[in-house]
Design a protein around this ligand. Structure first.
Ligand SMILES: Cc1cc2nc3c(=O)[nH]c(=O)nc-3n(C[C@H](O)[C@H](O)[C@H](O)COP(=O)(O)O)c2cc1C
Length: 496
């Protein structure tokens, strides 16, 4: 029988040595957990000794806390009168959500109907009506000036197709064999943290929606729900990938990998393009606004200290920033040989390294323009690999994401050697409509891909090849060498 914890007892455990917090009526001991909290230490420290239900429910499904902390950390039930929580979002604190509850009605004002959506851009536009302030600061966000973010989409538009005609295109097969598994479609929902910010069903909606439309997804480490809950939302045995953030704490990293291996993903995609937190200004501004509002509430004004705190939130990192190529082998050892794909490859040099270090695949990505700004648009990286080390494309499975919004974009990437592509933001916006929205997004992209293939004169993705493309406009951007083509490193010898 769990014991009852009074609010005053809870509030006395308010420091790092003895830290308790309450979530949905249960009191947990989180002493020592703050440093490992993926969202940052500050976020959780603020709730020591308090009821954190409101902010917890915004990001996480109900079962995640027990899974993360373990039953031994359950202290008891909070007595029915709860300690007033610090509002998660001062303008309109969302009500605690539960599975299958629609987003708050005020967020849906002006939301287009699902029937009115005809392409993936429409989902993005709809997001402005469906997402909360926090989600709107989070999902569209990119690093600094968004040079890479814009380039990702822009460079697809500068590749032209060279259709062939008078071929029998009365049938069309979009399936692909990847790591020996047959996928009905060559595109997947890219991984993203905390999809519950977008819809109460979060990643479970992505799993159910993509699979219902014949697609699949990359299940993220930083999911709002437990990995088991997400995989349970897929049909039994449905193939999926797992995206790994490598924990700084290697014991936790091993435990996560062992847990994941049990669920048998087709491959583990290790994200390596964000070893430190990048500068996301939309989120930074949002956090500043929230910190200012909360502080004004407490002190009547925003202090310098408050501003700095807001800037830092999210920087307390549980994710390893010391991961190197040597450790990738360990992942495969721990999981008993599940293929390893490196997510975040941004140069031919690193594509070669991945092959050299025995990886099974590469995933060309710049985190959708959320890693370092001014990094190469991803389709240029694929061309660079074609120019410098095409053997990589033959020996490993190759995934790519960033700016893919149309069936023609999928076809272009596959013509250039990608095994499969991933789609990020449009899928996350589609999740704002729950399972049906995701299903529709996959169907739209599949329809576009099928007609693009048939109109280009091919009936199977195995017939896709670079000759179906004109990449002339991009050619000047593609480096043929690892060195700069003409500039030399200047070594200063001191003043004359
Ligand atoms: C809101 C959001 C959250 C993301 N979270 C993760 C993550 O947890 N892990 C990861 O590897 N990539 C993450 N990404 C990057 C995506 O997996 C993907 O690389 C990117 O969205 C592709 O670009 P696109 O949005 O233009 O399609 C995230 C992207 C967005 C937009």
């Amino acid at each position: 029988m769990p014991r009852t914890v009074s609010t005053s007892e809870l509030s006395s455990h308010n420091n790092e040595n003895s830290a308790w917090l309450a979530v949905n009526g249960t009191v947990w001991d989180v002493s020592g957990f703050a440093a490992a909290h993926p969202g940052g230490r500050e976020v959780i420290e603020e709730y020591f000794g308090r009821d954190a239900s409101s902010v917890y429910n915004e990001f996480h499904g109900p079962g995640l806390i027990a899974k993360q902390l373990g039953e031994s950390k359950r202290i008891g039930n909070l007595e029915p009168v709860s300690v007033p929580a610090v509002p998660a979002e001062p303008e309109s604190a969302p009500a605690p959500s539960t599975t299958n509850v629609q987003p708050p009605p005020e967020a849906q004002e002006g939301k287009p109907t699902l029937e009115s959506i005809v392409n993936l851009h429409d989902f993005e536009a709809a997001g402005k009506h469906t997402l909360s302030g926090r989600a709107l600061a989070y999902v569209p966000g990119y690093t600094c000036d968004g040079v890479t973010f814009a380039g990702n989409q822009d460079f697809y538009r500068r590749i032209y197709l060279r259709p062939r005609v008078l071929r029998n295109v009365s049938t069309c097969d979009m399936s692909r064999s990847i790591f020996g598994r047959r996928f009905n479609l060559p595109f997947f929902s890219a991984p993203a943290a905390s999809i519950k910010l977008i819809h109460p069903d979060g990643e479970c909606a992505l799993a159910a929606g993509t699979s219902a439309a014949g697609g699949s997804m990359v299940v993220p480490t930083l999911s709002s729900f437990t990995i088991d809950e997400i995989v349970d939302s897929l049909p039994k045995g449905h193939p999926f990938f797992f995206q790994l953030y490598f924990w700084q704490d290697r014991t936790l990293a091993r435990k996560l990998l062992e847990d994941v291996a049990r669920l048998k993903p087709v491959a583990i995609m290790v994200t390596v393009d964000l070893p430190v937190f990048s500068k996301r200004e939309s989120y930074e501004r949002y956090e500043l606004k929230m910190a200012a509002a909360a502080q004004r509430k407490r002190t009547g004004k925003m202090t310098r200290e408050g501003q700095e705190k807001a800037r830092e939130s999210g920087n307390g990192r549980a994710i390893a920033s010391d991961l190197t190529w040597d450790e990738l082998k360990w992942i495969k050892e721990v999981t008993g040989g599940i293929p390893v794909v490196v997510k975040g490859i941004q140069s031919a040099a690193d594509a070669k390294k991945a092959l050299e270090y025995g990886c099974d695949g590469i995933y060309i990505s710049n985190h959708g323009g959320r890693a370092v700004d001014s990094a190469y648009p991803t389709i240029l990286t694929l061309l660079e690999i074609q120019a410098q080390c095409p053997e990589v494309l033959g020996k490993m499975e190759v995934f790519i994401d960033g700016g893919i919004r149309r069936g023609t974009d999928v076809l272009k990437a596959i013509c250039l050697g990608a095994s499969g592509v991933c789609v990020g933001r449009p899928m996350f916006y589609a999740a704002g409509f729950g399972v049906k929205g995701v299903q529709k997004a996959v169907k739209i992209l599949a329809d576009e891909l099928q007609s693009a293939m048939q109109l280009c004169g091919i009936t199977s993705l195995d017939q896709a090849h670079p000759g179906l493309l004109n990449t002339t406009e991009l050619d000047p951007y593609v480096y043929r060498t690892e060195e700069h083509p003409w500039a030399k490193k200047i070594v200063r010898q001191g003043k004359l």
